[in-house]
Design a protein around this ligand. Structure first.
Ligand SMILES: [Zn+2]
Length: 396
């Protein structure tokens, strides 16, 4: 048992790795929630416990799981102890952990979570949905983050909150990036500021909507559906739609970084806006856009992001282009070749990559990551997405 504290409620609850699960006698989808991958973000854990207590087995089909993330960090109410568990899910790291005898705290947590994940996928029915619940150190309206596969976009569009694409291009090793590589629908949900009561309420609302949208809840009238929908919608009216990350201010280990007070996610900023002080130097925004996830806590290396809205025209265009797999043509260009066709990984000579706009690759579903001085490695979400698993679902 782990004792988890929430400041807004000033209460402690006891949880295990599996916070709760409900399995219906009627076959149906499998919906998996994670809370507290970051140990200081306890509102997801509280919300999951509350919702699972009140959902009746007779009102659902399929299976629901609620899972605790970093148990040791949750007990200590810290983001992490040795390493950030949500930057740890890379292929290399997982392979390395499997060969180790002595594990640090987060390596052990990862290993346990991986076992739970494998057993859920093995013993339950598709379609699978994975949702990771978080909060932020700054004030924010609730929002979704996702890896840019069309199945993720389509499922996410049902929720009345802004959707931010492309975070995986900046953050290595997020749990959801790993699950995305497996091809399943997976969304991150940030409900509000860490210790705000509203963060718990928003998590509760989002969990219920996810139960309804995935088809796990048989009849929407058995839950307070429209009230939960309205609750999230009212907070998000100013920023609905799709956003793309265009910039991240990365903090180095020896830096003395301080965000200036008063910024909240989705707040519009202009080029030149003073945002932070780092090593006594003033940091200004290099772009017009909106500020996103400014860092107001000690732990963490992502100072702030800048996001921009994506025009609906480009969203449609990318849907069409991905549908015809136009990326097969890309490898005909000089300097572009498959690094791994099955996993949808392209390799682009950096000299050539300069001639393609980044957004061109984004439209085709590729997200970039530099591997060395000469080549850019681009992964395509569509080629690994298990799209057929979801084709008969109502939302598709
Ligand atoms: Zn988090």
């Amino acid at each position: 048992m782990t004792l988890v504290y929430n400041k807004a409620l000033n209460t402690k609850i006891e949880v295990n790795r599996i916070i709760g699960s409900i399995k219906s006698d009627i076959p149906g989808p499998t919906l998996v929630f994670f809370g507290g991958i970051h140990g200081n973000e306890t509102s997801g854990v509280f919300a999951l416990k509350e919702v699972l207590k009140s959902v009746k087995k007779t009102n659902i089909k399929g299976t629901v799981f609620a899972i605790s993330g970093n148990l040791v960090a949750l007990e200590k109410h810290q983001r992490f102890l040795d390493e950030d568990l949500n930057r740890y899910w890379t292929k290399e790291n997982i392979e390395a952990i499997e060969g180790k005898h002595v594990l640090n705290i987060e390596e052990q947590e990862l290993q346990e979570l991986l076992d739970v994940l494998k057993s859920i996928i093995k013993n339950n029915q598709p379609p699978f949905y994975f949702i990771d619940l978080h909060t932020t150190s700054s004030k924010t309206i609730p929002f979704i983050t996702l890896s840019d596969a069309l199945i993720n976009r389509k499922f996410a569009k049902q929720f009345p909150v802004p959707i931010v694409l492309g975070i995986e291009e900046y953050l290595n090793g997020a749990l959801l990036s790993y699950i995305n590589q497996l091809g399943y629908v997976s969304l991150g949900f940030e409900s509000g500021q860490h210790d705000a009561l509203l963060a718990i309420k928003n998590h509760v609302a989002f969990i219920y909507l996810a139960l309804a949208f995935s088809g796990v809840i048989k009849d929407k009238s058995s839950i307070n559906f429209s009230a939960y929908f309205k609750q999230l919608q009212e907070q998000s009216v100013s920023a609905l739609g799709f956003f793309e990350i265009v910039y991240l201010y990365k903090i180095q280990k020896e830096d003395n970084f301080k965000m200036l007070n008063g910024f909240k996610s989705f707040q519009p900023i202009t080029k030149g806006t003073k945002l932070a002080i780092n090593n006594n130097k003033e940091i200004q925004s290099p772009y017009n856009g909106s500020i996103f996830m400014p860092l107001y806590q000690k732990k963490g290396t992502d100072g702030f992001f800048i996001i921009k809205t994506i025009a609906p025209f480009f969203l449609k265009l990318s849907k069409v282009l991905r549908g015809v797999k136009i990326d097969s043509v890309l490898v005909l260009f000089p300097g572009v070749s498959w690094s791994n066709k099955k996993e949808g990984v392209l390799q682009v000579n950096l000299k050539i990559a300069r001639y393609f706009a980044k957004s061109f690759f984004h439209i085709l579903g590729y997200r970039s990551r530099t591997i060395d001085r000469t080549h850019l490695k681009l992964s395509n979400r569509e080629r690994v997405a298990k799209t057929n698993m979801y084709k008969n679902e109502i939302w598709y």
